[in-house]
Every structure is written in C-alpha cells, then in structure tokens.
Design a protein around this ligand. Sequence first.
Ligand code: FES
Length: 84
Amino acid sequence: MIVCVCHRVSDRDIEHEVRHGCTSFDELQDELRVGTSCGRCTDCARDTFDVARACRPSHADAALVARGLQVIAIAPAVQAQVVG
Ligand code: FES
C-alpha cells in the first residue's frame, strides 16, 4: 500500500526501515521524506511506523527470547486501552 504519494513511500518501505534499525519517526522522515511535503500522509505513516515498531522485538526483548522467555508485542493503541 502506498502511504505517501508525494514521495512514493509504501508500508513495506516503512517496515523495511524499522527492520533495519529506524527507531524514531523523525529518523524515518530523514530517510524516506515521508510526510515532509503536503503532510496528508503523516497520520497514516505514523500509525504504520508504530505498528511496525510494535511488531519488531527490541534488543531487550531479543535477550529475553534468547533466555527462553516469551515476549508479546502489543501495538501502542492497544497498550493505551489496556493501561487505561
Ligand atoms: S502524501 Fe506524503 S507528504 Fe504528501
């Protein structure tokens, strides 16, 4: 799915950046320029980025998995509902 028409950025492009170490939306914008022209894609791009980050284990999570512990990823929107 194309997320940013101005810069031809897809959800796969965003997921690729996250898999390769992108840790902030500002960094994502520096790399892909997503949301830096008309800005109409910014909410969708941020949601796509947040979901991709939630699905990617952090270094701390990877250490837990290596020790045999299970890590469950929860999207930020769901976390907000769980926490209240
Ligand atoms: S659609 Fe992404 S900046 Fe315009």
